[in-house]
Design a protein around this ligand. Structure first.
Ligand code: ACM
Length: 264
């Protein structure tokens, strides 16, 4: 199958403009089977007030943004994972949605909120779901989640073949160095779709990346251009968890020594 990303510069607070931009970039991507879009790409990122973040959010039910993703998935017969500023009654979540040709499938809500996100969003409360889309199993993480190795492992143990990682990264280069390592230690494919551009005091770092279970970088974007990429991958490589003839990534673990992980 072919997996890819859209790297873009969302417009803060303008869902219609973001839908238009995503539509035109996605038309570039050709015959991909799975496309990952950046974090909060329906709304932009750097909201100064809860009110402005709220105004730019949508509920999953009735979202014009998700309806457009559904249309694109149907038109191109692929799946999309996209960042989504999600309203749920009086709360906001920094969410990733999975959509396919048959419509909306499910969501993940960011567990580890970064800096001022803590003033705007509620922390994730839907765990770490893995979705079987037939051709592969998909897990999702969002941006700063990357720094917590626990979540990569949980998704791998739940059977994720591909970890889709919508992002708005601002710390230069660090995550992009870590992603191939997370791919190696869990033997999964990773697609990090980052954004570019500035919003007030924040500069987003681009360099979106696709890494394979051997840590090879299959594709990497520029730091400052809107662009797309898609690469052919063999999903069976994510299902072989043998590190050597006598070492299995999961079977050789020693969970009885890892109890500390379950405590704060
Ligand atoms: C981030 O989590 N958006 C850096």
């Amino acid at each position: 199958m072919k997996i890819g990303f859209v790297q873009m510069r969302p417009v803060l607070g303008d869902t219609a403009a973001n839908i238009k931009k995503i539509t035109s970039l996605i038309e570039d991507i050709g015959d991909a089977d799975l496309v990952v879009l950046p974090e909060l790409c329906n709304s932009g990122y750097n909201f100064k007030t809860g009110e402005s973040a709220f105004k730019a959010a949508e509920e999953v039910n009735g979202s014009q943004f998700i309806r457009r993703l559904e249309e694109l998935c149907k038109q191109f017969n692929f799946h999309i994972v996209s960042g989504f500023n999600e309203r749920d009654n009086d709360r906001l979540y920094n969410t990733a949605v999975l959509v396919g040709p048959g419509g909306y499938i499910g969501k993940y809500r960011k567990l580890h909120l970064f800096l001022n996100e803590k003033d705007l969003f509620a922390p994730g409360d839907v765990g770490l779901p893995v979705f079987d889309i037939g051709t592969c199993k998909i897990g999702m993480l969002i941006c700063f989640d990357w720094i917590f190795p626990e979540v990569w492992r949980v998704l791998a143990l739940k059977g994720a073949d591909i970890i889709c990682h919508p992002s708005n990264l601002v710390i230069p280069g660090l995550c992009q160095r870590a992603v191939p390592i997370h791919a190696v230690t869990n033997r999964v494919f990773v697609v990090t779709a980052n954004r570019i551009g500035d919003e007030d005091d924040l500069t987003f770092t681009g360099l979106s990346i696709i890494a394979d279970p051997r840590g090879e970088v299959l594709s990497q974007a520029s730091s400052d251009r809107e662009e797309t990429a898609a690469v052919e991958v063999d999903i069976s490589k994510a299902r072989d968890k043998n590190a050597t003839a006598r070492n299995h990534l999961f079977d050789d673990r020693r969970p009885e020594e890892y109890n500390r992980i379950n405590k704060k």
